[in-house]
Ligand binder design. Structure first.
Ligand code: UTP
Length: 478
């Protein structure tokens, strides 16, 4: 059987006819799979992306093409220092709590990434990160949402974004754990993009019957929320509208410290009448690997750390600290109507990621390249910021809210995450009146963990802990 002539012709017009090189040797299932993957590729869009993001010029371009003088710091609601500021945060928290009690808040957890750096066998969310309990990232996040619903008297719906590669494993993990007690959880699958050869821009085949596809980035969340559900059922966005959910709290799977749907943050977002908000931490060194939130010609935007030219990364205020200090930790609040507007008439740009991608060569052999041979295309959620009419940028404290699991060893690894979690829970216990031993550097010498179902924050812990509690070994409160 010949390939569909229309498809073959389209591939030829776009210089991608090599993708059918093995067609004659495929069985019916292989042909059907390849044809369906190829039909799903938007070849006009791919041509534009290859022209812009692939080849020598794109390789050489590197950092940001903007005059550094046009880049200025952005206004940030800083951590409260005065009583007045503390009262203002409390007021904001009341507003956020009202929104939660009214059922106007939903939560989006993005977990479609490949987790290549961690190298764990399974979706990253299933990684057993609890320092004592070995609870998975998914369990910790889900239990926070269950606890939040109980506290505010209204279940908070959770939407989990997966990718075609980890969707089934993610769903069955939740199912085998009774959805961790969540009332409402829905999974939705993000899109994929083909990887192309970094020199020629030709789409790579992962196997004779399979295109080298990878998730389209966390910016793919927006389109995926708008896509119809199974068998034409309502999209997540339609469902949210029907449920009266106005405001969405967005976070990424790898940070177990995230304060999910933090009421003060939600309240500040609402006070600013914002369409999109960012939590930021203070970048302490010029080479820190977090994107920087800045203003360019009066428009807010995030510059990826890898795109930040040294002249900007190193710029300091007269007192000596970094001028562009607001580091984004990928914790956002988005208005549902903002997302609806973006999926209607605006598209997020694609970025290139140069990676090692195994591929089938002209002889039909699978090649495992030694170095980065391919360009992948990804959208980033933070590119929605310049499209927002209003925004709130809110500072948070790194030790209490940010320690992502990225690598198998070294920084941002299970070891650093365990240490940070134990230190945080140790501090909560101290605030609740417990005796907690400390090493000379101030860290807690034992693994300490508190289940979100036991206490969601230090204040709740204080109301539950019996007097005279002493930490004298690994401790898990649940
Ligand atoms: P990262 O950029 O850290 O990627 O994603 P990753 O896939 O987890 O890890 P590496 O780079 O392969 O080692 C940050 C967050 O965005 C999600 C991830 O699941 C993680 O929560 N993400 C990333 C998606 O949901 N989809 C994507 O296409 C990319």
């Amino acid at each position: 059987m010949r390939p569909d002539p229309e498809l073959a012709d389209r591939l030829k017009r776009h210089g991608q006819e090599h993708l059918l090189a093995w067609w004659d040797r495929l069985d019916a299932t292989g042909r059907a799979q390849l044809a369906s993957e190829l039909s799903a590729i938007d070849l006009d869009q791919l041509d534009r992306l290859v022209a812009e993001l692939v080849g020598e010029e794109a390789d050489a371009a590197g950092s940001l093409a903007v005059d550094p003088e046009r880049v200025q710091p952005i206004d940030v609601v800083r951590l409260p220092q005065t009583d007045g500021e503390r009262i203002a945060r409390r007021r904001a928290a009341e507003l956020g709590a009202d929104a939660l009690a009214a059922g106007e808040v939903g939560v989006i957890l993005v977990a479609g990434g490949s987790g290549t750096r961690l190298g764990f066998d399974g979706p990253k969310g299933t990684y057993p990160i609890g320092p004592v309990s070995r609870a998975s990232l998914f369990q910790i996040h889900a239990e926070k949402i269950v606890a939040l619903g109980r506290r505010h008297g209204r279940p908070v719906p959770l939407y989990v974004m997966t990718s075609p590669d980890n969707d089934e494993a993610t769903r069955s993990f939740f199912e085998s754990h009774g959805n961790f007690g969540l009332d409402r959880v829905r999974f939705f699958v993000q899109g994929q993009m083909p990887a192309v050869d970094r020199v020629t821009g030709k789409v790579l085949l992962a196997a004779p019957d399979h295109v080298a596809l990878s998730p389209d980035g966390h910016g793919g969340t927006l389109a995926a929320l708008a896509a119809a559900g199974p068998d034409g059922s309502p999209s997540c966005l339609e469902e949210l509208r029907e449920r009266g959910v106005r405001t969405l709290f967005y976070f990424q799977v790898d940070n177990p410290l995230v304060q999910i749907a933090d009421p003060a943050y939600l309240g500040m977002h609402r006070q600013a009448d914002a369409e999109m908000s960012f939590k930021v931490i203070e970048r302490l060194t010029p080479d820190e690997k977090v994107g920087v939130v800045v203003m360019v010609d009066g428009v807010p935007q995030v510059i990826e750390y890898s795109d930040l030219p040294p002249v900007l990364a190193n710029r300091r205020v007269p007192e000596g600290s970094l001028e562009l200090w607001a580091g984004s930790i990928a914790i956002h609040v988005l208005e549902r109507t903002f997302i609806e507007r973006l999926v209607g008439d605006a598209k997020l740009p694609f970025h290139r990621a140069v990676k090692k991608v195994p591929f089938v060569d002209a002889s039909g052999a699978t090649v495992k390249p030694d170095g980065p041979n391919a360009v992948k295309f990804e959208q980033f959620i933070f590119d929605a910021l310049p499209l927002a009419k209003r925004w709130a940028i809110v500072e948070t404290d790194r030790p209490t809210e940010f320690e992502p699991l990225k690598n198998a060893v070294g920084p941002d690894s299970p070891e650093t995450v365990h240490r940070r979690m134990s230190d945080l829970f140790g501090a909560w216990l101290e605030q609740a009146g417990a005796t907690v031993p400390r090493r000379a550097d101030g860290s807690v010498p034992f693994d300490v963990e508190i289940s979100p179902l036991y206490a969601l924050d230090a204040q709740e812990l204080r109301s539950r802990l019996e007097p005279g509690f002493v930490v004298d070994g690994p401790t898990y409160l649940k």
